[in-house]
Design a protein around this ligand. Structure first.
Ligand SMILES: Cc1cc2nc3c(=O)[nH]c(=O)nc-3n(C[C@H](O)[C@H](O)[C@H](O)COP(=O)(O)OP(=O)(O)OC[C@H]3O[C@@H](n4cnc5c(N)ncnc54)[C@H](O)[C@@H]3O)c2cc1C
Length: 466
């Protein structure tokens, strides 16, 4: 039961109030109630749980992350450990698999960089690197379902003939693939609902309404004000968690705290792959080369005359990716490609270029040529998306804010489903006053007060965004 703000059943006090019932907020509620025994938790949201960004994700996960340092891999390994625990406890209600991420290239000069990224990931704790070059083919393909006993680490196949043997559906000029193994996908909605239900069983309550005010008189959190359809509600509480997703900055300002976050619009498309272009047991396929979309001479002439779409004749950035969605007998595929990630104000509903599905299908025909079968007749696509709300270096925030009793869990960017348990576990340690994991400082807001960190930011390099 969700209590509307202002109704008779709405709570008036709480040990912790969380603003936001996206994956960040429900994971925080779960870790506080179920795993730390802090029962009196209220989650406030003006929307039904998990409906703003957390139901728009591609639901993938990976422990493949760049440095500097190993904090990102360590946090993600912890998050994946927790996902696996939940999968075991729930009889895999979250449908966690470990099919892996397959990074592919047709550019020989890119191979050393891919191998270096694989070495770095291995060094940061993603697991051992195995290089396969032909003489001995001991590459182990991924199982379609489940995760127990599946390899971790990274397999690099650097012999084109071997690539073709294992991935015959990839473009014939693919020269190498890197298969990151402790990666795959799961049902984000199942995960979110499972976390929320367990939290509610242990005492968490949901209040429907907009969190409008945080009372910080005397320099510490004292309560919040929520407005809803039945009026306003004041909840007195000593602790407040900002888990407001794309509105993280706005809610931060209620505490007079400026959070260093911004948002980018990202969308995905899914459709019935009736031509069977994507094998049903494929991993997530990511093309690491820039792509020039294939157009006929007539289409080129038409695009050249369109100021809105002329850029589609240019080279588009690397990173088109896709995967099969649903059970093995489902025809659905899911494609994503963010070729334009300029920072923007989050506005809902999000606007997506009408040409996006066509761009995706044409882009995906580079790694998987069978997608060209759709050029003459585009399939009917479902398009949705939301915002990656992120920090400059694409590392999330989880920890205390400079107002006593206030915390943040957010800036989960394009990896919030996979990292939610790790981030919430860390937040719960902060709130419960438990010893913190080694990687905690990498995700605290106070990292930006460290001159050495600011210096590092200027030399950061790869942010790990796909
Ligand atoms: C296209 C796309 C693909 C993605 N793919 C992946 C992927 O493959 N793997 C992955 O791990 N992640 C992925 N992500 C990222 C992931 O979806 C997000 O990181 C995650 O959903 C963010 O969760 P959140 O709880 O922070 O935000 P949200 O889910 O947006 O939740 C925030 C909640 O706060 C509420 N709120 C805000 N302000 C207030 C207020 N004042 N009062 C009351 N309520 C308020 C909102 O109503 C909302 O419900 C993807 C995202 C997109 C857009």
């Amino acid at each position: 039961m969700t209590a509307p703000a202002g109704s008779r059943t709405a709570p008036r006090t709480a040990e912790v109030v969380i603003c936001g019932a996206g994956i960040a907020g429900v994971a925080a509620a779960y870790h506080l109630t179920v795993r730390r025994g802090i029962r009196d938790v209220v989650i406030v949201d003006e929307r039904p749980p998990l409906t703003l960004t957390s139901d728009k994700s591609a639901e993938c996960y990976r422990n493949w992350w760049p440095g500097p340092g190993d904090a990102m891999v360590a946090l993600m390994n912890r998050s994946i450990d927790l996902l696996e625990e939940i999968a075991r406890e729930s009889d895999n209600a979250i449908r966690l698999n470990r099919r892996g991420y397959l990074f592919a290239t047709a550019e020989p000069e890119r191979v050393p960089r891919l191998l270096q990224a694989a070495r770095d990931a291995a060094e940061h704790g993603a697991g051992a690197l195995r290089i396969h070059s032909g003489a001995r083919d001991d590459y182990q393909p991924a199982a379609a379902g489940g995760f127990e006993g599946a390899p971790t680490g990274v397999d690099a196949i650097v012999e084109p003939a071997l690539v073709r043997r294992h991935f015959p559906y990839l473009a014939a000029d693919t020269v190498a693939v890197v298969h990151a193994r402790r990666c795959g996908w799961f049902s984000g909605q199942q995960l979110g609902m499972w976390l929320l239900e367990r939290a509610r069983e242990k005492g968490a309550r949901l209040v429907e309404g907009r969190l409008e005010r945080v009372d910080t008189s005397g320099g510490r959190v004292r309560g919040v004000t929520v407005s809803g359809r039945d009026g306003a509600l004041s909840i007195s509480t000593p602790r407040f968690v900002n888990a407001a997703g794309p509105f993280l900055g706005r809610v931060g300002r209620l505490l007079d705290v400026e959070l260093p976050v911004f948002s980018e619009r990202h969308a995905k498309a899914s459709f019935n792959d009736d031509l069977g272009a994507m094998p049903r047991s494929a991993p997530l396929v990511i093309w690491t080369d820039a792509v020039r979309l294939p157009w006929s001479a007539e289409e080129r002439a038409e695009l050249a005359g369109s100021p809105e779409h002329r850029h589609l004749l240019d080279e588009l950035p690397a990173g088109v990716h896709g995967r099969p969605e649903g059970p093995l007998d489902s025809p659905v595929v899911l494609l994503i490609w963010t070729y334009d990630a300029a920072p923007t104000e989050p506005v809902f509903p999000i606007q997506v270029d009408d040409a996006y599905p066509e761009i995706l299908v044409r882009g995906m025909s580079r790694p998987i040529p069978a997608f060209a079968g759709y050029f003459s007749r585009l399939p009917r696509c479902a398009v949705d998306g939301g915002y990656y709300t992120k920090t400059r270096e694409n590392r999330l925030l989880s920890g205390p804010l400079p107002v006593e009793g206030a915390y943040v869990i957010g800036a989960l960017s394009g990896y919030g489903m996979m990292s939610s348990n790790g981030a919430a576990d860390l937040l719960a340690d902060h709130i419960a006053g438990r010893p913190l994991p080694r990687y905690a400082p990498a995700f605290g807001l106070d990292r930006y007060a460290d001159p050495a960190y600011l210096d590092l930011l200027d030399r950061w390099g790869d942010s790990g965004q796909l």
